[in-house]
Design a protein around this ligand. Structure first.
Ligand SMILES: [Zn+2]
Length: 279
């Protein structure tokens, strides 16, 4: 599917968090291309990509840019490198874990954010937008109004932000940065393309602030451990798929870390548990 002239979207089967089963891959350009992400679950899932490259007349693949360190975004980058020779690029903060996850291959191009990549004359600005992971990269094609948000903004629900990779305060700053770009379409890492960028980003920010307020008021009401907060928020409250419990727990932790940083709660170790109290 085309999201703009010369910008192709492939929905690929990946081993991502259930209930989602797909990661989005983007191929930018036609005579020479840059690929964003490579989370294909199986070797055969690469057929979609190579079929598209075939249709385009086997363009030179300049680069395969990996948005961040989670494997559902780079699982088959080795095969793409082998078959198409693309240079593998990632942010320096996420290079270490990506290199560990790749066998016999290393990230060759280190990005910091601020670079301008070009494919077929199309300009792609590299944005360092940490929070979900420290080295999260997003990409902006200003002329086309396209913003590639990876897991920072996904097409359904909200992304998880918490330890060990995440930082809620940093994430919210990145969302503010994305909001300031005035894009017309968001191309997320999972789920459908989003045609109302500002509204979607503002909704996510609102959701995070509401969750923070909810946690703060629960702590004020005497709910003091992360497990109890999780039970109140997700088990008895908002219903989520069972497979998301671990990441929902981490997101509660992410909020607790931010609340401590903001000086709104304190943490005390009591036996096995950490208990939180409103300051
Ligand atoms: Zn991720």
């Amino acid at each position: 599917m085309l999201v703009a002239p010369g910008v192709h979207h492939l929905k690929i089967h990946s081993r991502t968090l259930k209930p989602a089963r797909y990661t989005n891959v983007y191929v930018i350009g036609e005579k020479e291309v840059i690929i964003i992400d490579a989370g294909y679950a199986e070797e055969t899932d690469l057929d979609k990509l190579f079929h598209l490259l075939e249709e385009l007349g086997k363009p030179r693949v300049l680069m395969n840019v990996i948005s961040h360190r989670h494997k559902d975004h780079y699982n088959r980058v080795n095969s793409i490198k082998e078959r198409a020779g693309a240079e593998v690029a990632a942010h320096r903060e996420d290079m270490g874990p990506i290199n560990e996850g790749l066998s016999g291959l290393y990230v060759e191009k280190m990005l910091r954010g601020g670079e301008e990549l070009k494919a077929d004359g199309k300009k792609i600005r590299v944005l360092h937008m940490p929070g979900h992971t420290p080295g999260m990269l997003n990409f902006y094609m200003e002329e086309e109004g396209l913003l590639f948000t990876s897991d920072n903004v996904v097409g359904f629900g909200t992304t998880w932000i918490g330890p060990p990779d995440g930082d809620m305060a940093v994430y919210l700053d990145s969302l503010r940065g994305l909001l300031s770009l005035k894009s017309t379409r968001l191309c997320p890492g999972h789920g459908p393309i989003i045609d109302n960028p500002s509204q979607k980003i503002e909704e996510i920010m609102k959701h995070r602030f509401q969750r923070e307020d909810q946690i703060l008021s629960l702590i004020g009401g005497g709910i003091s451990t992360s497990q109890e907060l999780f039970n109140k928020v997700y088990v008895k409250g908002e219903k989520i798929h069972d497979s998301l419990y671990t990441v929902a727990r981490r997101t509660i932790e992410g909020h607790l870390m931010k609340l401590q940083k903001d000086g709104k709660v304190t943490r005390q170790e009591e036996g096995e548990n950490s208990r939180y109290y409103v300051v």
